[in-house]
Design a protein around this ligand. Sequence first.
Ligand code: GDP
Ligand code: GDP
Length: 470
Amino acid sequence: MKGRFESVTNAPVVAIVGRPNVGKSTLFNRIIGARVAIVEKTPGVTRDRIYEWAEWRGRRFLLVDTGGIDVISGKARAGAGSRAEDELEIMQQTRRQAEIAIAESDIILFVVDARDGVTPADHDIAGILRRSGKPVLLVANKLEGKIGGHEAGHMDLYELGLGDAFPISAVHGEGVGDLLDAVIESMGQLPGAGAAEGETGEAETTGFVIKIAVIGRPNVGKSSLVNKILGEERFIVSDVPGTTRDAIDTLFRHGDQEFRIIDTAGIRRKSRIRDQLERYSVLRALRAIDRCDVAVLVLDALEGPTEQETKIGGYIHEAGRGCIIAVNKWDLVKDRENVMTQLERDIRDTLGFLDYAPIVFISAVTGKRVETLLQMIKDVFARWSSRIPTSTLNQVIQEAVVRVEPPSHKGRELKVYYGTQVRSRPPAFAIYVNDPDLMHFSYERYLENTLREAFGFEGTRIELWMRRKT
Ligand code: GDP
Ligand code: GDP
């Protein structure tokens, strides 16, 4: 777990593009490999991921399976239409993926099924990708047992005008290492490569600006909320370029606290351009989450939580950011008391892994509780950043151990010696025990809850790392 959630603001984005069934998801899973297992340990976090951090030879990048972004109508796969219709549908889908990849990524992996040969859809996409000027690596998949030999030289792949193909077998993992080496090499050639990673210097120079990401599905009211916040504040300091491409952040001051709203361009822009951006909103949202301190997950009170919120919420949790759930359009709700109870229940059910995130019912239009929300952001930031003195921590741990006896296994009893905070943002504690294998999930949960009760920690996850005392 350690070090998993370091800031990777400027990490390159690598997108996988290709027709259905060429093996994009298989390649995606192959590249992220071991990471999936870690993700699945968090109960309730969705397994069906299309974005994941990957690492190769010490370089981190965000890997995107564009095949999962646009929900496939099902028609092409179900084979309901005529062949021509299917082909058209496939072509359109793949084109959308290519557009997303071009707009939002730095390096594109274009996967073809080498056993099918080159299809019209492949030609179509190759043309779009070539014209984009983005670095594209052509990947010839399903070549197990034929890699390294002369058989891999599928001549017709040259017709695509994308240079030599990388022969791989996503299923068996053959050739994937060479492909990733090439990805890393391409990263070195990106503009701005070698520039400082992240914004590590900022915290020192500006005291503490709290970085906020306002996240949510289209139409939940993100733009209205941001405008309300900025409209009421007469102290907008400036619009500043975000770290990636066309992202624009807005700095403002509230009381004596400075805030920075991340990527307001993706939120405030009007009309058609915004619609275009919304199509890529998930990826924008992930980037914003990655750069923020506190994420405000905005929901529509009339619609409640959906699958989208589960995905994004899961990412906020995994990224270890502070989190507040803001239920917006509260002015439209009539039977407030009942709806509030019901929504709270729905949110806790669907977003169970964010059980530490406070829920606030707001109206971006009337401004109701927008002030409260800002106060909550400050509080959550403080909890997320907090450092607990070792002596105080151990008093709480000792009391907890006395109150509920640690578990035993096969006659051996778990002994909890002491704890110390090893990190903040989010807080992590090393707990020294005689044998970490004796720790039971429920007891760990109990210790976590005890720390939460003692120290608050509202809005932030906390981690307990079991260590063997030698
Ligand atoms: P996607 O639609 O592009 O994401 O494709 P999937 O990853 O879902 O793969 C489609 C099918 O191709 C699945 O049945 C995979 O098992 C199969 N497949 C993927 N990679 C390989 C490979 O390297 N070799 C072989 N033989 N089959 C593969
Ligand atoms: P975004 O796509 O998430 O940025 O959502 P917008 O801010 O563009 O809002 C979508 C629609 O919801 C617009 O018509 C807004 O006027 C409306 N809206 C946003 N917030 C509220 C609210 O608190 N109450 C009401 N009644 N409407 C709202």
